[in-house]
Design a protein around this ligand. Sequence first.
Ligand code: GLP
Length: 241
Amino acid sequence: MIAASSSDDVGRAAAALVAEGNPAVVGVATGSSPITAYRELVRHRSLCDDVQLWLLDEYVGLPARHPCRYRSVIIEQLARPLGLPDHQVHGPDVDAADLDDAAERYEEDLRRLGGVDVQILGIGRNGHIGFNEPGTPFGSRAHAGVLTETTRADNARFFRDLDDVPHRMITQGLGTIAAARRIVLIASGPTKRDAITTLLTCPPTTDLPASALLDHPDVTIIGDQAALAGVLDHSTLVEHT
Ligand code: GLP
């Protein structure tokens, strides 16, 4: 665990771990948590020109260039600022008629590419990672599914209003995520405190999807003071420069 004293420090610590070893395939999450890490990766141009960015999850039902499509977000926040072509940003085919088949193909394409070297993750208030909601089996692979109302409500801030938030998605499964060689999970803000406290103090359970990662040999949780408040002795806070 890395405890950072500000969201900029969270970003610096995460970016350093992500760039280490010059990864060929980086698994990318969206949401507010990774934004400062992406800013750092761009500022130091830390990723190689032929890096492949592999989306963690994607909404179903938004038009191709909708700004809330996760592929659009990653192109805007990371790929274009790094000078990477759009075709190096890979997402599941959420426009397919058969979403289960699209999810299987997404899993297969990742296997063919050699898997994810480093996976960046946020965490939902209910402990979800990607769009793997509580109850998702730990070994699950990429799949299509329905969002919980909690997650739709949490994500409504990125849309005009709640009605615009899609109901369906395709996500990497918990088993897919756990197969990444390195995992960097970023948690910022007080709304993540309960999930992080449970994650770091209780045995793994499918009620808290992120706990599927507790056995992973190379997982780092990077949080700010608010997110780690339930598990942290504040004297251990460190700054990353
Ligand atoms: C969404 C994304 C997740 C992300 C979570 C937390 O549901 N699908 O991948 O981790 O939100 O987002 P935030 O970092 O904005 O709190």
